[in-house]
Design a protein around this ligand. Structure first.
Ligand SMILES: NC(=O)c1ccc[n+]([C@@H]2O[C@H](COP(=O)([O-])OP(=O)(O)OC[C@H]3O[C@@H](n4cnc5c(N)ncnc54)[C@H](OP(=O)(O)O)[C@@H]3O)[C@@H](O)[C@H]2O)c1
Length: 257
């Protein structure tokens, strides 16, 4: 069983997929965790399995949902040691044919909510001289992705911001890491209209939620700047740094087409 240096945690998007698996790993390791998402029934089921878990039902697309989460992160009575910004979604399709309100919501959740909660986390942690912020980005953050353009652009923001914050707080006792998973089977595919990838992309290109969640928690504890789960994706990320942008764009577009 893994052990972690965290004394308490808050995970957004903990009702399914990668976030639910992080909650499970933290619960097994005895880390009291606040679970945040809209589906409170799912959160309550997970919370019932572990000591000291709390449910915070919040829609991070609303000012109220963000405010209640910020308030919990800022609590000095029951401080949060690790914040995981995991809630997020994507939308596949041709940009101008997609529902613009949905795309605006995607930016609001993946970018605005993550920024607001990262700010709350560092404002609480830096004065304490201790803490961990893990922002869930994607390998899609390393190149433009035709067919998933807004999603990849939001994740480019997440990786860039997290790298910058990692450097800003260096030496303060606070760790900031961007977790950049590749394809992982979760509800993400259904919500982003990319379920077709399950048959199109070979098994070896899929990482498991367990691989992704354990890699992220391990790497933020080690203060890595960027965490990429799985050998295949580590190579792919290095390749995307070396190859011309026209090629990485074509490769990433050919996966989503
Ligand atoms: N799966 C992949 O292939 C993959 C690859 C790279 C990166 N990622 C990233 O990994 C993260 C987790 O995704 P996942 O794959 O685990 O997908 P998932 O199973 O769909 O989980 C998404 C989570 O976000 C929560 N969420 C969505 N909208 C929300 C809102 N308005 N307010 C609060 N919570 C909200 C959902 O909970 P409720 O619906 O209950 O609110 C759910 O718990 C995302 O940031 C995603 O971009 C996924």
């Amino acid at each position: 069983m893994a052990t972690y240096p965290f004394t308490s945690a808050l995970v957004t998007g903990a009702s399914s997929g990668i976030g639910a698996e992080m909650a499970r790993l933290l619960g097994k390791a005895g880390v009291p965790t606040v679970l945040v998402a809209r589906r409170g029934d799912r959160l309550a089921e997970i919370a019932a399995r572990y000591d000291g878990f709390e449910v915070l039902e919040a829609d991070l697309l609303t000012p109220e949902g963000r405010a209640s989460t910020v308030e919990r992160i800022a609590s000095t009575e029951s401080p949060i040691d690790l914040v995981v910004n995991n809630a997020g979604f994507g939308t596949s399709g041709v940009f101008h044919e997609l529902d613009v309100e949905r795309l605006a919501d995607e930016v609001e959740l993946n970018v605005k909510a993550l920024t607001v909660l990262s700010h709350a986390a560092l404002a609480a942690m830096v004065p304490r001289g201790h803490g961990y912020l893990l922002n869930v980005s994607s390998v899609a953050s390393f190149q433009a992705s035709p067919g998933l353009g807004v999603y990849a652009a939001t994740k480019a923001y997440v990786t860039s911001l997290s790298e910058a914050l990692h450097s800003e707080v260096k030496g303060s006792g606070v760790h900031v890491t961007a977790l950049c998973p590749g394809l992982t089977k979760t509800e993400f595919q259904e919500h982003s209209n990319t379920s077709g990838l399950a048959t199109k992309v070979p098994d070896l290109a899929w990482t498991t939620v367990e691989q992704v969640a354990s890699c992220g928690l391990r790497d933020v504890a080690k203060n890595k700047t960027i965490s990429v789960p799985g050998a295949l994706y580590k190579v792919a990320v290095t390749g995307s740094d070396l190859l011309p942008r026209s090629i990485t764009r074509w490769v990433s577009g050919s996966i989503t087409r």
